[in-house]
Design a protein around this ligand. Structure first.
Ligand SMILES: Cc1cc2nc3c(=O)[nH]c(=O)nc-3n(C[C@H](O)[C@H](O)[C@H](O)COP(=O)(O)OP(=O)(O)OC[C@H]3O[C@@H](n4cnc5c(N)ncnc54)[C@H](O)[C@@H]3O)c2cc1C
Length: 449
């Protein structure tokens, strides 16, 4: 058996390495950057975190269960998270298995056999390779785990007209000094957009926030505890949870419409909630203004959908990211529209030897959810090696109707929601399938230091 190639040493790639190691499956990890941690490594050129970035989900709901963080911080920042990922890699002896400064540039089936039965050719380059690339290397692997992240390739919408000031996507935003003295328009009020607008308040000459739809704002703390640590027991039915949580939010954060946001035309949890109430504080203090959707640009003037206009020096696009697996033909990942269509968001239905980790957007799935995906892939690969009948039975499940991963929530029909799952439904399904595979290594909980 050739080894398995893992692309990326972020949380998902580390989880993959750990799971393969535990299952005794040979593997090699390729990481384009020079350290573990993925986008949490602010020095990684493809990192999309900024100096003020902290976890949005809380520490205990996010960390790997078998390796609790040595911290009491509820919402650690990226530097503390980097220490954690380095410690994780050290603790499980993973560092030596990672080739840093090595970018995967091509993944293609051996002999063009799209079934993947003959394995996969993985071509890599050094970090600063130019054409012709003397560092390029191609080797054969029996499978490839794609853990190259989902939040790296900017989604840049097109607007009518031209803006002659500075335009910056949030992926290039690093520190608030970038706003010094400028009239700033942030487009998009997702979690990054709100974080960045709050940063800008202390540096910019003025800050406006343009939104297309309403949002639900969840406080970081409820009843004195990180809000996502409440309600951890058996999940409530979707409708009941929506009814209770929207009441709780109304009591704690009030009605965002009062602060200038449109009323959401969807129920809570049908899109990603915003875990940020500072933005509401700043709106209440008059430090920020909510503006509607953009109609067009004209020089430094931005015209809004309601007929108002204003001048800006900098437009910051907090317009999210698109999925990008540039090194592999789309057909191998069964792309349909905005995302690959994968069994459990991991396995191409043809089971061709490619596996995608981390392609799950969900409220509160954390790195443990990604570790469970990794454990499932490792258990499947162990079954291929040790128990082909069990592996075949696993594959046969993908021929039956796929499990409902929505948890009963009707997600908005947006591109970015096309790979959204409900964390409870997803983790329950993965855990059940994991136990159906004979040689699965049990998922263990570590001891908190
Ligand atoms: C501001 C911000 C806040 C967030 N907050 C939370 C939170 O609170 N909770 C949460 O669970 N998630 C949060 N996330 C989501 C975050 O994506 C995950 O926590 C996690 O980083 C995903 O891990 P990953 O390994 O899948 O991807 P990444 O962290 O993106 O890592 C991918 C790695 O692959 C490498 N790579 C990419 N292409 C190649 C290639 N061709 N060859 C070799 N290597 C390659 C990259 O260099 C990178 O190291 C947040 C994201 C952002 C931006």
């Amino acid at each position: 058996m050739h080894p398995i190639a893992v692309i990326g040493a972020g949380p998902s790639g580390l989880a993959a390495a750990r799971a393969l190691d535990r299952a005794g499956i040979p593997f090699e990890v390729f990481e384009a950057g020079d350290d573990v941690g993925g986008l949490w490594n602010i020095d990684n050129p493809r990192s999309t975190v900024y100096e003020s970035a902290h976890l949005i989900s809380s520490r205990t709901t996010t960390e790997f269960a078998e390796f609790p963080m040595d911290s009491t911080t509820d919402y650690p920042g990226h530097r503390e998270l980097m220490r954690y990922f380095r410690a994780f890699a050290e603790r499980f002896g993973l560092r030596d298995r990672i080739r840093f400064g090595t970018r995967v540039t091509r993944v293609e089936p051996v002999d063009g056999d799209a079934s993947g039965a003959s394995g996969w050719l993985v071509t890599t380059s050094g970090p600063d390779a130019t054409e012709p690339d003397a560092t390029a290397e191609t080797r054969t692997y029996s499978g490839v785990i794609l853990a190259n992240g989902t939040l790296a390739e900017p989604n840049v919408p097109t607007f009518r007209g031209e803006f002659t000031g500075e335009i910056l996507h949030s992926s290039r935003y690093k520190r608030a000094a970038q706003f010094d003295g400028k009239r700033v328009l942030v487009i998009g009020a997702g979690n990054s957009g709100c974080d960045i607008a709050v940063d800008a308040v202390h540096h910019a000459a003025s800050v406006d926030l343009s939104v297309r739809r309403g949002y639900y704002f969840v406080p970081r703390y409820l009843f004195g505890k990180p809000s996502d640590t409440l309600n951890q027991g058996r999940p409530l039915p979707a409708r009941l949870k929506q009814a209770i949580d929207s009441r709780v939010l109304k009591a704690f954060t009030g009605d965002p419409v009062r602060f200038g946001f449109p009323k959401p035309d969807y129920r809570i949890y049908e899109s990603h909630p915003i875990v940020n109430t500072l933005v509401l504080n700043h709106l209440g203090q008059g430090d920020l203004r909510v503006m509607p959707d953009i109609d067009r640009f004209d020089g430094r003037t931005v015209h809004f959908a309601d007929g108002r206009s204003a001048e800006y020096d900098l437009v910051l696009l907090a317009t999210g990211y698109t999925l990008d697996y540039p090194f592999v033909d789309r057909a191998h990942l069964n792309w349909t529209q905005a995302a690959p269509t994968l069994y459990l968001n991991v396995f191409p239905p043809s089971f061709n030897g490619l596996y995608v980790l981390g392609m799950i957007e969900a409220s509160g799935i954390g790195w443990q959810g990604r570790a469970e995906q990794a454990a499932l892939v490792a258990a499947y690969l162990a079954a291929v090696r040790d128990d082909p009948a069990a592996a075949a039975a696993f594959r046969a499940r993908a021929d039956a109707p796929w499990p409902d991963l929505t948890g009963g929530y009707r997600y908005l029909g947006l591109d970015r929601m096309s790979y959204y799952v409900n964390k409870d439904a997803y983790r329950r399904t993965v855990t059940k399938l994991l136990s159906s595979l004979p040689s699965a290594t049990p998922l263990t909980n570590g001891t908190r230091p």
